[in-house]
Write a protein that binds this ligand. Structure first.
Ligand SMILES: Cc1cc2nc3c(=O)[nH]c(=O)nc-3n(C[C@H](O)[C@H](O)[C@H](O)COP(=O)(O)O)c2cc1C
Length: 352
């Protein structure tokens, strides 16, 4: 694993290790995968105008998100069913995040239960909620997550239908319907097998769903899957504490706008009324610096953590996160800033 000196190296090692089906499940995107590719390219296309002679020998990469101090601005995005990738599954992701000083976001569709997470020492986490057509189940999930220590609820809103993943269709990869959804099983849903849980997803979620989620939670609610300024403002109007600009890593709607581009519009529309985070295509410290410079308070990474998990279990997750965080610190030095507050938009040049 120490041979993997970049996230791209980890991705390559992961592709060699995993079966074609699992590799496609993780790395693939919706349709032909144009948004997956463009996400990466959009971050790369932003150029940097560094300061000179800025005396940056001492730097502070910590930041504040939802009023909580974070050691650095890189978090682990919610990703479902990681038992396919590595036997440590989400507990491996959580342990790896702790060792890298990163916050972890746990998917509704995890194979680890709330109780499993309670046993991960030092874990700081949020719960990602997919809503079901059973309001009581949604309420129990939120309550149990809070009881187990979740400090925010992340409502994902870009799954009105499952994106058509061309690669999965070709390899024949499907998530096995008989495997239980651990969090749903724990709050006492009658049939926690994936096939039945999937069938109970609420595909009619609306702004009322957001209001109900906010009402059911005593922790802040973030809305994940926002790509427009007007939608971000509406989310705040309906009680959200902030939004996560995300196209689900290009897995839902192919040719959806890249998050590097959408972020600018969302930050402007939110106008500091709420928190703005971003994910999709973040691989390098320069990507993190650009996201913060454009107004995000933190970033989430999905596949990089999974590549680390597949290659080296929880240690691989820590390695992946450390690569990005160390690169972020180095980038701050090279840009000429000493704190995340100094990452201002004048340091970046957007493509035309
Ligand atoms: C294998 C996989 C499973 C995912 N499962 C979920 C999920 O259960 N809930 C969710 O909100 N997002 C899910 N996502 C999307 C991620 O939270 C995140 O938005 C995306 O991975 C970020 O892009 P990146 O992988 O390019 O970093 C998943 C992503 C991947 C790769």
């Amino acid at each position: 694993m120490s041979g993997a000196v970049t996230i791209a190296d980890l991705a390559q090692a992961f592709a060699l290790l995993e079966s074609e089906g699992v590799e496609g499940y993780v790395d693939g995107g919706a349709g032909a995968g144009l948004t997956v590719r463009r996400n990466d390219e959009a971050w790369a296309a932003i150029e940097i105008r560094p300061h000179a002679l800025a005396s940056v020998g001492t730097r502070d990469i910590s930041t504040t998100v939802l009023g909580q101090r974070e050691q650095h601005p890189v978090m682990v995005a919610p990703v479902g069913f990681q038992g396919y990738v590595h036997r440590e599954a989400e507990v491996g992701l959580a342990r790896g995040a702790v060792a890298a000083g990163a916050r972890y976001c746990h998917s509704t569709f995890g194979e680890a239960s709330f109780s499993d997470l309670e046993h991960v020492e030092g874990l700081r986490w949020w719960f990602q909620l997919y809503c079901f057509d059973d309001a009581g189940l949604n309420q129990r999930l939120v309550e149990r997550a809070q009881e187990a220590g979740a400090e925010a609820v992340v409502l994902t809103v870009d799954l009105a239908a499952l994106g058509h993943r061309d690669r999965d269709a070709r390899t024949g990869f499907t998530l096995r319907g008989h495997r239980p959804v651990a969090c749903v099983a724990e709050v006492g849903h009658l049939d926690p097998r994936l096939a039945s849980v999937w069938a109970s997803l609420d595909h009619n979620i609306s702004w009322d769903t957001l209001e109900a989620t906010v009402a059911s939670a005593s922790v802040p609610v973030l809305v994940k899957g926002i790509l427009r300024g007007d939608a971000a403002v509406k989310a705040l109007d309906h009680g959200a504490a902030g939004v996560i600009v995300s196209n689900h890593g290009g897995r839902q709607l192919d040719t959806a706008v890249t998050t590097a581009r959408a972020l600018v519009e969302v930050v402007e529309a939110v106008n500091a009324r709420g928190e703005v985070l971003v994910d999709s295509g973040i691989r390098l410290g320069t990507d993190v610096a650009k996201a913060l410079g454009l107004g995000a308070s933190a970033v989430l990474v999905g596949r990089p953590a999974l590549w680390g998990l597949g290659v080296g279990g929880h240690k691989g997750v820590t390695h992946a996160l450390n690569l990005i965080v160390e690169d972020f610190d180095r980038t701050m030095a090279l840009i000429g800033v000493r704190s995340v507050a100094e990452l201002t938009s004048d340091l970046f040049v957007l493509p035309h």
